[in-house]
Write a protein that binds this ligand. Structure first.
Ligand code: SF4
Ligand code: SF4
Length: 81
């Protein structure tokens, strides 16, 4: 998973219900993404829904943690079994 939520998060809870994998939760200071559950929305949508809805654009892609489409698809299959 190469998406992360930064400290610019305003704790608005818009992203959490938009996630098809229930991968987002409220952390102590800002919201967090569970890397075991985030498929970058592969299997559900063409683009990451959390990025689409976040009002302050604080969910960047971190290329250094990129997973291949195949790995993301395998994760989707695993968590939907
Ligand atoms: S990219 Fe999709 S699966 Fe990952 S946290 Fe965002 S909404 Fe959830
Ligand atoms: S939508 Fe953006 S600002 Fe709102 S809780 Fe999610 S990451 Fe934080």
């Amino acid at each position: 998973m190469s998406l992360t939520i930064t400290e610019e998060c305003i704790y608005c809870d818009v992203c959490r219900p938009a996630c098809p994998n229930k991968a987002i939760s409220a952390g102590n200071e800002y919201y967090e993404i569970d890397s075991n559950l985030c498929t970058e929305c592969i299997g559900h949508y063409d683009v990451p829904q959390c990025q689409q809805v976040c009002p302050v654009d604080c969910i960047p892609l971190l290329p250094e943690f990129a997973e291949t489409k195949e790995k993301l698809w395998e994760k989707f299959v695993r968590i939907t079994e």
